[in-house]
Design a protein around this ligand. Sequence first.
Ligand code: HC0
Ligand code: SF4
Length: 575
Amino acid sequence: MVNVTIDGKKIQVREGTTIMDAAARCGIPIPSLCYLKDINEIAACRVCVVELEGKERLITSCNNVVAEGMVLYTNSPKVRRHRRKIVELLLSQHDCLCATCQRSGNCSLQKIANDLNILEIPFHHTLEHQPWNKNFPLLRKSEKCIKCMRCVQICEKVQGLGIWTVEGTGSRVTINVSGRKTIEEADCSLCGQCITHCPVGALTARDDTEKVWEAIEDPDKIVVAQVAPAVRTAWGEELGLSPEEATIGRIMDALKRMGVDYAFDTVFSADLTIMEEASEFLERFTKGEFKDRPMFTSCCPGWIRFVKTQFPHMVKYLSTAKSPQQMFGAVMKTYYAQKLGVDPERIFTVSIMPCVAKKAEREMELFYEEYAGHDVDAVLTTRELVRMIRSAHIRPEGLNDIESDSPMREGTGAGVIFGATGGVMEAALRTAYFALKGKNAPADAFRAVRSLGFNANNGVQEAEFKIDDLVLRTAAVSGLGNTRALLERIDRGEVHYDFVEVMACPGGCVGGGGQPIHDGKELAFERGRQLYYLDAGARLRYSHENPDVKAMYEEFFEKPNSHKAHLLLHTEHRK
Ligand code: HC0
Ligand code: SF4
């Protein structure tokens, strides 16, 4: 143990503890703009400086460890003066138009500038401007970049893609897309992890809210919305609602108050996906197709983009089932349009997703024997939903819990857990078991696929299940760096699975790139627990017991994997 004194407080900490962590143990928060534990500990911003007694130069606290007898000051006049100058310099190269910034009110630079009472910038203002395609789902404003390196590191170390790079030195340092490519040319998965880890508004998702307001205003359009499983775990965070208050029913009410005509829960189509995917899996598995290779889930578009560019030879092992977002869109424009007795052309479908890649997934060209347009017309992230609620001046605490519309109302606990890593696999196993045995296993029989945490088992949760003579080997992985390592092991023949679930974002969609941002905090697993809690208390926990899904098969699709189901609910993944 090491004895140190921080701002007059004596404390004993373990050897190797950083000064920042030691100060936090004393209840003294040290500000930083770039620090991310285990990911970015390079003191790029230098905001975290502290004074060490007896030393002329200030030292950074995030990457220096304590030593016996150190006397440190985190807020001395010298520290404050220095910190202020650093922030003033950053502001001199930052587009400070806060009123029109997506991150206003949730920006670490804005906060520290306010905390330090900086009311003027004493340096000459110079802004870097790099062109960017504003139609791309991921937007970058170089004018706002503070070169903290978080995007570079998260993409390289956690997602294993290295889309971003640092160029230049000294005051000419810039961040750019690596390999001198444009972002469209790069192999970006659109997971959006760089967005949720950006401390300022340099990286954002394209805002599509106006497109939705226009559709709502158009008297010829019938606006039909769906809300993804993971959105319910996070939308309340930015509106001051507790997890108990931030229910899916209140989102339904908010959508109706904004003028959406019909609102549904994507959990319904998650159940539908399971019906299709579980029967596809059993067919492939029992026929011994792809004996040496697993079937991969196909519902995460970040993963689909990744496999297509990084492991193109594995594309043929993807399930052909469309994602729940796409299935719901297809059903809304066919089955539901028929129910309403309206021309499908009038239906405008909107998805509220925790995801940036879903904006690109919607752009896929679709063919149902002939060109069919798009299943989904607009995709909004959870953050955009919150912005719409705020701009409509809806008081979140005044919202009521209302049911989604019918006849696609029911959703089971199996569909709810889709939003957490391992959830799709668990839901599929519940239904595959029923298909094989004609009776249900206990709903929690497959809980071994649930992740124990992002760092547990390198992010891979393996499990094996015996059903009579069949042995089913499964794995669920989240995070693309973990995924790359797993696929390489599969390629080398070191591991063998029958069914693999992949989610691009650490922890699954609950940690998606479209979710509310809390600088420096990783909330995916906490949000995931909320989904498992909802599943545990759900009236129905097996997708094949969803009465509305069953009714739709009877009336419309006939059975899973029927010809009609193939036309509307499946897709061919082209490289
Ligand atoms: Fe997900 Fe989904 S679970 S990808 O993570 O499968 O975005 O929440 O909506 O489509 O349901 C995201 C979340 C979805 C889809 C579902 C799947
Ligand atoms: Fe989108 Fe979910 Fe995939 Fe992340 S894990 S890219 S949020 S679908």
